[in-house]
Design a protein around this ligand. Structure first.
Ligand code: TYD
Length: 210
């Protein structure tokens, strides 16, 4: 049995979830929790190697199914090496992207079979789902404009995709929110950082600590 709390953060590119994640750490620590942050794809050495293959802008020949399977492989390794041990230690885990990214990007975005993705996610995670998922919702053009303004972040292979793909990704996330309302909470990410952090913290507190 795992004792920890497993929270994932999801959203289209540029929603600001990585910034929010960092801001949440001290606030959650103040609740007396050991907070661990990590990200997908990556988080452990093998998965970071897979990440660099997936996101390398030169890998234009990458097939959509290859891309999906690499994300799934990275997920499996990260779960085994990082997520499960941290949960067994009783930590509160904040994970930047998880199963829903595959459904939104490779399923709705690339058009791969959603049932197959659900099965692969289930297989790779042994059915382990987050206790709570925060979905940061932002208008696609606003999200991409934020990335363009953020000089500290390199443009990766996924950022170079068409606006159309990003629109489908957002629609995918909104479908997941509707379908899994007991697990996934939608946060309006168009507000300033303080407000978005506050909304995220409130969602975590209400769902898991009240
Ligand atoms: P990341 O570096 O976390 O980007 P961001 O800062 O925008 O969250 O993720 C890199 C890209 O990988 C991002 O565009 C989303 C994509 N992705 C998928 O397409 N499928 C997946 O399963 C995961 C985990 C990420």
């Amino acid at each position: 049995m795992t004792q920890g709390i497993f929270i994932t953060l999801e959203g289209p590119d540029g929603a600001g979830k990585t910034t929010v994640l960092q801001e949440l750490v001290p606030r959650l620590e103040a609740l007396g929790k050991q907070v661990i942050t990590t990200r997908e794809p990556g988080g452990v050495a093998i998965a970071e190697e897979i990440r660099s293959v997936i996101l390398n802008p030169q890998n234009t020949a990458m097939d959509d199914k290859t891309e999906l399977l690499l994300y799934i492989a990275a997920r499996r390794q990260h779960l085994k090496e990082r997520i499960i041990p941290a949960l067994e230690d009783g930590a509160l885990l904040l994970v930047d992207r998880f199963i829903d990214s595959s459904v939104a990007y490779q399923g709705f975005g690339r058009g791969l079979d959603i049932e197959a993705i659900d099965w692969l996610n289930q297989y790779a995670t042994d059915g382990r789902k987050p206790d709570l998922t925060l979905y940061f919702d932002i208008d696609v053009e606003e999200g991409l404009a934020r990335i363009a303004r953020n000089k500290h972040r390199d443009v990766d292979r996924l950022d170079m995709e068409t606006l159309d793909l990003h629109e489908r990704v957002r629609k995918g996330y909104l479908t997941i929110v509707d379908k899994e309302a007991e697990r996934v909470v939608k946060i309006d990410a168009s507000e300033n950082v303080e407000k978005v952090v506050e909304a995220a913290y409130t969602a975590i507190y209400d769902r898991l600590f009240r």
